[in-house]
Design a protein around this ligand. Structure first.
Ligand code: BJW
Ligand code: ZN
Length: 246
């Protein structure tokens, strides 16, 4: 890919680089995205599954759907995009990896500092006493009950209408507003407040680029669209940067 000289020079001089990742980053690992053809919402409407009311009205159904996705996510491997992002941690003085993904693949690729905005599917907690339950048999398709209080166990993910983890969101908004370069990678930028982060960065003076095979609703607001798959574009970008920083 032909990277613009502006992007390369901004990255070379940057002290603070932040990225927002979405489902597209894990697509090349085999995790289905939400809004692409063949994605998750084509089969199920979000309001059917990704909200608390849906869980309360049919806990077994929602739980079994998450168990199914847990199985997919446990069996896949990080792809070159995840590894390139892990490498970026040691390239820039400050590198902030902010993700909407719940699949744990950034950690598994070796990233140390990851801000998870929408939780993590590997964790679960009791809706009544809030105790965390770590060991869950992925084959168990009926919702679990808390050993302490009998409450229902839910995945530690953020559903529609729920607040994002406060500390993570405050950190993400602060670093977006103080970045020299901000990259929005593999996200449709349809879901708020995460979708605001690249826009906050742009309005605060950062150089902003998207990495995505398709334009999104925020493309016109940002400086560049690097059109392509994140696994390919990020791997090339990191090797180009390593050359430029020598
Ligand atoms: C590739 C690729 C490759 C493919 N390489 N790229 C009106 C206006 C503003 C806000 C709202 C509103 N009405 C309601 C709201 C609030 C709502 C919201 O944003 N709704 C919108 C739909 C409008 N937001 C919330 O409710 C949030 N909470 C909140 O706002 O709290 C305050 C509040 C409380 C009470 C009342 C009101 C406000 C919470 C949002 C939680 C989102 N949760 C989910 C599910 C998580 C658990 C689970 O996985 O089951 O998070 S929804 C789902 O979408 C998931 C994702 O993290 C999120 C974002 O999706 P993402 O990652 O962008 O994926 P896709 O599929 O959309 O896009 C993939 C992209 O990849 C595409 O662009 C492809 O082209 C690209 N791609 N292959 C690179 N190889
Ligand atoms: Zn409990």
């Amino acid at each position: 890919m032909n990277f613009s000289s502006e992007l390369i020079s901004r990255l070379r001089d940057a002290k603070v680089v932040s990225v927002l990742t979405g489902a597209g980053v894990s697509a090349e690992s085999g995790v289905p995205t939400f809004r692409d053809p063949g994605g998750i919402w084509e089969k199920f409407r979000p309001e059917q599954l990704a909200n608390f009311e849906a869980f309360m009205s049919d806990p077994d159904f929602v739980w079994s759907w998450y168990q199914h996705r847990r199985e997919i996510m446990r069996d896949v491997k990080p792809n070159p995009g995840h590894f390139a992002l892990a490498e970026m941690e040691s390239i820039f003085p400050e590198f902030n990896l902010i993700t909407q993904n719940i699949d744990n693949l950034h950690f598994r690729a070796g990233s140390k500092r990851v801000t998870e905005l929408h939780g993590n599917i590997e964790r679960n907690y009791c809706i009544k006493c809030r105790i965390f339950v770590d060991e869950v048999d992925v084959k168990e398709k009926k919702v679990l009950k808390c050993a302490e209080c009998g409450g229902l166990i839910r995945p530690d993910v953020v559903w529609f209408g729920e607040m994002l983890p406060r500390k993570a969101l405050v950190f993400a908004e602060d670093r977006a507003a103080n970045s020299d370069v901000f990259l929005s990678i593999g996200t449709s930028a349809e879901v708020y407040p995460a979708a605001m982060l690249p826009v906050i960065a742009k309005r605060s003076g950062a150089y902003t680029a998207e990495i995505n095979p398709h334009p999104t609703s925020i493309t016109p607001e940002l400086d560049e669209l690097l059109m392509g798959k994140s696994g390919e574009v990020l791997a090339e970008l990191v090797s180009r940067l390593k050359g430029a920083l020598k």
